[in-house]
Write a protein that binds this ligand. Sequence first.
Ligand code: FAD
Length: 413
Amino acid sequence: MIDFEIEPSVVKRVKMFHMVADGVMRPISREYDEKEHVEPEQYFQTMWAANAMADSSLDLAKKKESKDGDGEKAPARSPMRNLYTVITTEELCWGDAGLFLATPNAGLGGAAVMAAGTPEQKERFLSRFRGGAPKWGAMAITEPGFGSDSSQVTTTATREGDDYVLNGTKIFCTGGDRAAKSEGFIVVWATVDKSAGRPGIKPFVVEHGTPGMTVVRTENKLGIRASDTAAIVFDNCRIPKDHLLGSPEVRKEGGFKDVMATFDATRPIVAAMAIGVGRAALDFVREFLKRENIPVRYGISPRRLTALERDFMEMEVQLKAARLLTWRAAWMMDVGKHNNLEASMAKAKAGLAVTLITQKAVELLGPLGYSRQFLLEKWMRDAKINDIFEGTQQINMLIVARRILGYSSKELN
Ligand SMILES: Cc1cc2nc3c(=O)[nH]c(=O)nc-3n(C[C@H](O)[C@H](O)[C@H](O)COP(=O)(O)OP(=O)(O)OC[C@H]3O[C@@H](n4cnc5c(N)ncnc54)[C@H](O)[C@@H]3O)c2cc1C
């Protein structure tokens, strides 16, 4: 049975995140949209400290819960880590999706370590995010020659003694510049054996400052402009062999499946980002209608609805449907169910929904929606990326079709 019951400690956490979104992100939203490539240093410090505080309060609440219970052990209820992540992600992206992506944390690199790493590797690579100075993690799959079809990786990882040597170019790497400049890392997908095809593709952790790794460019973008998007060249970049995540063995089940496992974990998060942006636009329209004394009449016959009421309700429906799919996809991971189909459903739906909602919101408000006086036009620009990265809408629809119809990627592409 699906259970979205949220623990009281997490409800408190969500409220805290909303305060951060409203009080910390919104006030600097426009500034760092306009100043692309300028570092919001104060924001980094605040968020790094807030994350540490939230983690420790969650730990304390858990300890208290187990003490107040019948005894020595932690509560039996399984921790809904992925569900809580999508809920808090929505909250922060209601604040600002660009700043959310710029927030110092393990990011997509961390998701890859979690999906493909051994317990020892998880501890070794992720413990740095618990203290010290702000740090970033990033993940580099996309190359100049491909995006959607990640089985086309051409970056090579050649084994030399106790090392691997990476050669190739990665583009559009979110947080890549900050990961390289801080004490962070980038998870780079490279092939250990081109002749093996997909199973030869493996994830490697490349530490900041590793000789041979160079950020050559950061992109100028339409939206999420506070987030850095890097092009990175690997030129004889030597890393220890135990930086390969998971098993080095080239076998049918390994390698590429880890890429997919990473996406199963990250697609619900991107869907939640989309929902946060969509909710921001919807709330803005709702407030506007209230101020202008324009009612939205629920529960009356559809034939008596005004065009505006119909549009507004449709926006709400789209957002709620996307949210439910997203929560389900995250919940499935928490309870150990395979969520490949549901993660793609959520991502495709949420990316499309946020694009439609923000465009409709701008349309309903006319010049006010288009003006830079308000953030609505920015949310419309921030929305579209959710329909592109972590698998475009079309690619996710393709995955959904394959799963439902029982086709392989070779049979339906
Ligand atoms: C701001 C930003 C941040 C990014 N961050 C990262 C990151 O952190 N790490 C990373 O590795 N990558 C990242 N990316 C890359 C992103 O994941 C790719 O851009 C995306 O996967 C699409 O790949 P592509 O650009 O090559 O487009 P293409 O694959 O060339 O697709 C172009 C169009 O064709 C459609 N299409 C392609 N194949 C099919 C098909 N078989 N059937 C139907 N339609 C199809 C697509 O849906 C799309 O509409 C980022 C991109 C951007 C813009």
